[in-house]
Design a protein around this ligand. Sequence first.
Ligand code: SAM
Length: 232
Amino acid sequence: MSFRASVLTLYPEMFPGSLGVSLAGRALERGDWALDVHQIRDFATGKHHVVDDTPAGGGPGMVLKADVLARAIDEVADDPKADERPKLLMSPRGKQLDQAMVRDLALGPGAVIVCGRFEGVDERVIEARGLQEVSIGDYVLSGGEPAAIVLLDAIIRLLPGVMGSDLSELDESFENGMLEHPHYTKPREWEGREIPPVLLSGDHGAIEKWRKEKSQELTARRRPDLIEKSKE
Ligand code: SAM
């Protein structure tokens, strides 16, 4: 069975968005992954389908109601007991997304992804439904939808068949804990700048060595934290 993403949002029209074009879009059409998008408001009761309320204890903004979100989460699984997909809540408080997390998710059956809005989500639904909070970085978005799209984009390109190469063959930034080496393409000379001659030498061993050195240099300069991490 292919990777299945179920997204819960107050703005379903934001999906598939960029996931409907290019690599992810073609993969969606081929059935390499599946997407179902659910309007959280459909799970609100009452005449006005209210999804939010004022924060307990006071303060600005509104909070997404626990009962509404819980109903939505319970409904998106065909069989809640058999659905083993992780339930994620996009949240600036969450564990920061990295390539290792993306890879783990890509190897799994899919994910239920909750997109927050307003000030956030009633803490009790996070606890009761075991939502894992995932952040895409130390900044605050107005809603979880762009974060969900970032997360899914990173996952989808790793799914079997999507990029036409095996997961283990990937050689790019973060896959080996390093930033990637620079790339060049024709022409050989552009605005007085030459392609490094080694890349045109046809010597695969020398090219591999050059790429590794450049990758290490770049990582040491831009992301020394990654080098430190690789030593742990
Ligand atoms: N009051 C919250 C706080 O200070 O942590 C911010 C809420 S934000 C305005 C609304 C929603 O956007 C959040 O519930 C979350 O779903 C999403 N969001 C904002 N920043 C995010 C980030 N860096 N990563 C993932 N989701 C984010």
